[in-house]
Design a protein around this ligand. Sequence first.
Ligand SMILES: CNc1ncnc2c1ncn2[C@@H]1O[C@H](COP(=O)(O)O)[C@@H](O)[C@H]1O
Ligand SMILES: [Zn+2]
Length: 354
Amino acid sequence: GPTIITMENEADLFYRQMPKVELHAHLNGSVSFSTIEKLMARKPHLNIEHNMTAILSGQKRTLDECFQVFKVIHQLIDTEEDILMVAKDVIREFAEDGVKYLELRTTPREDKNTGMTKRSYVQTVIEAIRQCKNEGLDIEVRLLVSVDRRHGVEVAMKTVKLAEDFMRSTDGFVVGLDLSGDPTVGHGGDLLPALQKAKNCGLKLSLHLSEVPSQVDESELLLNIPPDRIGHGTFLHPEVGGAQSLVDKVMKNNTPLELCLTSNVKGQTVSSYSNHHLLYWYQKGHPIVICTDDRGVFCTELSKEYQLAASTFSLSREAMWSLSQKAIDFTFAPDSLKQQLHQKWFELHPSLFQ
Ligand SMILES: CNc1ncnc2c1ncn2[C@@H]1O[C@H](COP(=O)(O)O)[C@@H](O)[C@H]1O
Ligand SMILES: [Zn+2]
């Protein structure tokens, strides 16, 4: 029959073709269903089903239940071979969605049974980035090493050392450190020495901050470092129980916020798309960047997040383009690469806005 191009299809295409920057993507949360299927075939004895690794559309979970999902995914991905396949698939899929610059983040894991060490884990992710580059994929990828706040300051210190070693030894692939993990466990303040050490040695810092309510004291301490970017910042502003002093600090330092709409709605820290704090910061003209967080777990795409933000807040395509272009300046990439990306955006603009 005839092909009917609906408005939705046309918008899908527009946001997929729009060049984009992804700055907040956890590797193991970004694994697509097709990759999960390959992993399940490798490990049939685990008896894992799809609804254990992803939160389908219309479904919601508590944040706590989201963290149970990561445990299942981690069971499926426990060898260097798995990591290589997963990282390559994730990079390829971001490229297919029109992402031109990707900062992946991941928590180094070791596995006594398979012989995987934290060092070989990071090495393997870097190998995947190299292979994708050699295959000519139209995407630049950099890596942030993640500190899981649940594991405490000693592990954090070791992770920082590992990140530092890789930053110095591997032609610029490792650019920073991420603080993540279940925000209801542990206190970010305990990790200050590790985060400070990372900052001092030249690693850029992206910190999950105020992802859940009642973390004013912790956020205050973390903002004093200060971080180079903030993940979520959902409960920073006074209207949601944060504090004006936190907002003032973020604004004084002009610290960009990484915002992940679907993640926050499906994890129920934000009650609906229209109540997302994107609007609060956007109206202030504060630097924000739209991200996916965990595109596999939350069943989304970066293009979809842009489309959702545009439709929820009635933002024009030019406004969305401008957001994606400004995000180039919030990357942890060197200036030369930022310039190349700006050039790419400049060249692609006419093809999207005739
Ligand atoms: C939903 N909001 C979130 N808040 C905090 N941390 C999160 C997160 N989503 C993911 N992670 C962090 O990323 C890990 C999975 O990827 P990697 O194994 O590191 O690649 C999770 O175990 C958690 O530590
Ligand atoms: Zn995150």
